[in-house]
Design a binder for this molecule. Sequence first.
Ligand code: GLY
Length: 397
Amino acid sequence: MTARLTADTAIIGGGVIGLAAAWRLAQAGLRVAIIERGEPGREASHAAGGMLAPLAEADSRDAFFDLAVAGRSLYSRFAAELKESTGTDIEYRTEGTLYLSLDECDDEELQRRWEWQHAAGLNVEKLDASFVRTLEPQVAPALRWALKFPDDHQVENRRLVAALLAATRNAGVEIISHTDALRLRIENFAGKKRIVGVVTTQGEVRTGVVVLAAGSWSGLIESDEPVALADVEVEPVRGQMISLEMPMPVVRHVIYSRRGYVIPRLGGTVVCGSTSERAGFDKRVTAGGIAGIIEGAAGMLPAIRELAITEMWAGLRPFAGDGWPILGYDPQVSGLVYATGHYRNGILLAPITAETVTELIVQGEARRDISPFSVRRFATGKRDNGTNEIRGNKRKI
Ligand code: GLY
């Protein structure tokens, strides 16, 4: 097979993680190629809801939570930089997220969340029902109270994809679309293994550094020598979504509860989600999935039932054993960097993942401690807690 091109870094996967990393690496002066099996940004990045909501989805403070909060804090500058670089507004919205209590079970959930987050000094507010109604008059009569997360914001993820595509192209990134990455080429030099390229369906990309950012497809790439990711199952978890026409503003905040979430868009639609299903790589929507989402959304905002459907779709969240991302170098193979397994938080974590990957490659180490996200954790038996239940950010015991 003849070499197709040479790059300083080849990124496998053209979702928001791969695109954002490519942009930052190209800004740092590297020649970057993205190898994308389909059209860039058309999988989980396209299917997402765009919530930047670490507080709404976190059950406790841990390394993942700290990463998510740090990632969120980069977004306003990231959005402004993308606008300046490409002219595309990714609709970074700062109204915040409301987490509703509509029954006794919700009371317990919200109270738990309030207690740990308030004690930790996080920006969370407890609101009574009458005040919530002044913010969101359409909430269900069953509303008991709510938490407000003023700093849990949102972006329009499809605009984010468009902006990142334009930014990477402006920065000279080569995007090789409709091309499968088949095999990591690894050679032994003086007893050490190192990356020398990627074999693709279009030829070989020669490179000393590969960033594996292929989301749910990350485990399907072969390699000349064993790599640590081979011990991890990066599993697709299907999330179905529906969007509805919103001719009158039914809602302004992101609305969240145990039933699902409702995300208002500036373009006159509202996006409702989602399911969490093990369905392999099947991205079809199902009657039961969509019915459940509508039921959940209408339980929070009854006016949802009157809105016309504009689109239904599903995406595959990459879930790696414990729900945390895999970030950092392979322990054995020099030049192989993992940036995958972002599960429910790919949009939120794209800027901080890009920053981290760039630090690793350009400076040789990341500024923040990313050891909790190392692929090594799967080798030490922390990988699976023995249950099939998938919920929230982490697999539950
Ligand atoms: N982050 C929301 C979801 O994955 O459904």
